[in-house]
Design a protein around this ligand. Sequence first.
Ligand code: HEM
Ligand code: HEM
Length: 194
Amino acid sequence: MSTSSNYTRTAVVLHWILAALLLGQIAFGWFLEEVPRGTPDRTIYVNLHKSTGMTLGVLILFRLYWRLTHPAPALPLSMASWERTGARISHWVLYACMLIMPLSGYIASNFSKWGVNFFNTFKMPPWGVENQAVYDFLNATHVFTSYVFVTVIVLHVLAAIRHLFLRDGIFARMWFPAEAGSAAREPDASTARR
Ligand code: HEM
Ligand code: HEM
C-alpha cells in the first residue's frame, strides 16, 4: 500500500507547469482562428503554434511516463464511489486529450506540403504525402479534441475548487507538503490503487 497521500513533487511540478502552458497553447489556438488565412502573419503564427505544441508534446510524454511509473495516491474512501470513478475517468480523458492534441497536429502537418519549421530554426520537411483528406481528418480531430479538452478542463477545475472549499485534502495532494519530513513526500513507485 502507498505510504503517501500526496502526488510526488515531480508530478506536482509537471501538473502546474503543464496546466499553465496548455491553457496558453489553447488560447494561442483560438487566437490562430482570428489570423486571416493566406497572409504572412498566418505562416508565422501557425509555425509558432506548431513549435510550442511539439515542445509541449515532449513534456506531456515525460509526464505520462512519470505517471505510469509513479501511481497516483489512492483516493480516500470518504469520497463517494461515483466521485472516485468520475475522478479516475476524467483524469484519463485529460491525459488522452494531452496526447491527441500534439499528435494529431504533428501528424496532420506531415500530410500537408508545409511540415513543421521548428521555431524558424529547424525545418522538418513532411514525411507523408500531400493528402487533403487525411489532413482534413487529422485537423478535424485536433479541433474536435480541443473542445472535449476544454470541456473536461472546466469540469476538472470546478471539481478542484469544490475540493478546495470542502478542505478534504484532495486539493493539497496536488501541492507540496507543508512540512519537510511529513509522510506526504516522494512515495515509492510500487503502490496505490488507481
Ligand atoms: C498540446 C498541444 C496543442 C494544443 C493544446 C493545441 C490547441 C489548438 C487549438 C485550441 C486550436 C484552435 C482550434 C479551433 O477552435 O479551431 C488549434 C489549431 C491548430 N493547431 Fe494546435 N494545439 C496543439 C499542438 C499543435 C501541434 C503540435 C500542431 C502541429 C504541428 C498544431 C497545429 C495546429 C493548426 C495548424 C491549427 C489551425 C487549424 C485550422 O484552423 O485549420 N497544434 N490548436
Ligand atoms: C490544462 C489544465 C489542466 C490539466 C490538463 C490538468 C490535468 C490533471 C490530471 C491529468 C490530473 C490527474 C493526475 C494524475 O492522477 O496523474 C490532475 C489532478 C489534479 N488537478 Fe489538474 N489539470 C489542469 C488544471 C488544473 C487547475 C487549474 C487546477 C486547480 C484549480 C487543478 C487541480 C488539480 C488537483 C487538485 C488535482 C489532484 C486530484 C487528485 O488528488 O486526485 N488542475 N490534473
